[in-house]
Design a protein around this ligand. Structure first.
Ligand code: SAM
Ligand code: SF4
Length: 449
């Protein structure tokens, strides 16, 4: 059980770090940097490497008020068709720059709503990807699915292309909450999509839920979670609602007065956690839960859990190639984000097939901080000994960071010979501590491009 007084003393209820996911945060990326390095970094991917591939579909037929994802509304498939032409051109151009001998270990379709594509468009996209990327024997294909936009034929097409994992958006089943967040979705509709996916042989089902939504109460959330658990998901993500109307304009439709306060939010998260654990799920990192049989749960247990811009992952690949507007690619050398707006993305692909816009070149010091932040977010610890061994040039900075954090959060951390561990009663501070570790690191030596 977490200690609310301790969390309050250390600023959890005042903290403004909801979007901090990994180091460097995307707001450190520099404009126009990505394009300069993208081609070289693609060429430098080692021959014989296994890579992950992400394709972003930034369209939805409905625009839920609460959503902070990069997406745009459309009533027809016309703009989607034209976007797909660009996406396919980008895939072909990027593949041309990558080494010939390459295997795709992971493929993820995200959005937006990838299942908005009809079978013809979905086949076109999959055909392009699978004909350009051979797969590894342990290849995994996952897709984000909105159950209100998941025609049987599209799901069948995805299953034919070996989709093995589905990530299903639920958020909350309470009618009043759904009405206020502009997202109606019945339990029956959700269940029939889950049943259909399982019948098609999809082995792993993940649900996205959100706490801190308008009008959500502990009782209403408990009722939602009872329904959710009756569907036996393999994995659950429980995100804290990020209310950022200055970034996501449609959120002005949600009144801040209807949102639970910081303490109420915390209690919602704690109650949900207790309910998941009572149902046999294990906590993974700061906001995921999984059955013992789930690969993310197993990665967390073995210390192999990682975090990238899409959240927690057990993906072991060093290279992630992102396709589509706003997609982020990860290379040994750094990050490249594609142009965010669909029009800008299309213009860039038209020039030379590449859409990189912003980017960040990782210095050796950044790599050290990235590992340090991964430790906090994935394992709740800073393993000072392992970090010093992996980054011998930064021993002093590692020691200084550990000392600074311990002096700032003494009652939340245990200091031992090997480093720092977050106390179980202060587990919710992981994000605050990770952001504090990263924020004061000198930028000297890091190269924003
Ligand atoms: C990219 S969205 C795709 C979901 C899919 N289109 C659907 O509606 O089911 C992925 C997830 O991000 C989460 N999300 C979106 N906006 C959020 C916000 N403002 N705060 C917290 N989580 C959010 C939701 O849980 C959502 O299911
Ligand atoms: S939650 Fe899903 S369907 Fe709703 S706007 Fe966001 S991406 Fe689109």
């Amino acid at each position: 059980m977490e200690n609310e007084a301790l969390l309050e003393a250390y600023g959890l209820f005042r903290a403004k770090v909801p979007r901090f996911t990994s180091y460097p945060p995307a707001n450190r990326f520099q404009l126009d940097g990505g394009r300069r390095h993208q081609a070289n970094w693609l060429r430098n991917v080692p021959d014989g490497a296994s890579i992950s591939v992400y394709a972003h579909i930034p369209f939805c037929r409905r625009l839920c008020y609460f959503c902070a994802c990069r997406t745009q509304g459309t009533k027809t498939l016309k703009p989607v068709r034209s976007y797909l032409d660009t996406l396919i051109a980008e895939i072909i151009a990027v593949r041309h720059l990558l080494p010939r001998d390459l295997k795709m270990a992971r493929l993820h379709f995200g959005g937006g709503t990838p299942t908005l594509l009809d079978t013809e468009l979905m086949n076109q996209l999959c055909e392009t990807l699978f004909s350009h990327f051979a797969t590894t024997p342990d290849f995994e294909f996952s897709v984000e699915i909105d159950p209100t936009e998941a025609p049987a034929a599209t799901l069948e097409t995805l299953a034919d292309w070996r989709m093995g994992r589905a990530s299903i958006g639920i958020q909350d089943f309470a009618p009043k909450v759904q009405e206020t967040i502009g997202r109606e979705q019945s339990f029956d509709q959700t269940k029939s999509v889950v049943d259909a996916l399982r019948a098609l042989g999809v082995q792993s089902v993940n649900f996205d839920l959100v706490y801190g939504l308008p009008h959500q109460t502990e009782a209403s959330l408990q009722a939602t979670l009872e329904q959710v658990l009756s569907l036996h998901p393999d994995r659950l993500a429980l995100y804290g609602y990020a209310h950022v109307p200055q970034m996501s304009k449609r959120q002005v439709l949600i009144s801040a007065d209807d949102l639970p306060g910081a303490r109420a939010r915390f209690r919602l998260a704690q109650a949900a956690r207790a309910q998941f654990e009572a149902a046999g799920y294990r906590a993974i990192g700061i906001d995921h839960f999984g059955l013992a049989s789930d690969s993310l749960t197993q990665a967390a247990a073995s210390g192999a859990l990682r975090r990238n811009f899409q959240g927690y992952t057990d993906d072991p690949c060093e290279t992630l190639v992102g396709f589509g507007a706003s997609a982020i690619s990860e290379f040994r050398e750094g990050y490249v984000q594609n142009a965010v707006a669909t029009a800008g993305y299309t213009d860039r692909v038209r020039i030379d097939g590449l859409a990189g816009h912003r980017g960040y070149r990782m210095s050796a010091a950044d790599r050290m901080m990235s590992d340090l932040v991964q430790g906090v977010m994935c394992r709740g610890e800073i393993d000072q000994v392992a970090l010093r061994a992996a980054h011998p040039a930064f021993g002093r900075e590692i020691d200084d960071t550990v000392t600074r954090l311990y002096l700032t959060y003494p009652d939340a951390l245990v200091l031992s010979e090997t480093g720092l561990t977050i106390r179980p009663e202060a587990a919710s501070l992981a994000r605050v501590i990770a952001a504090a570790a990263a924020s004061e690191r000198t930028t000297q030596g890091s190269m924003a491009i």
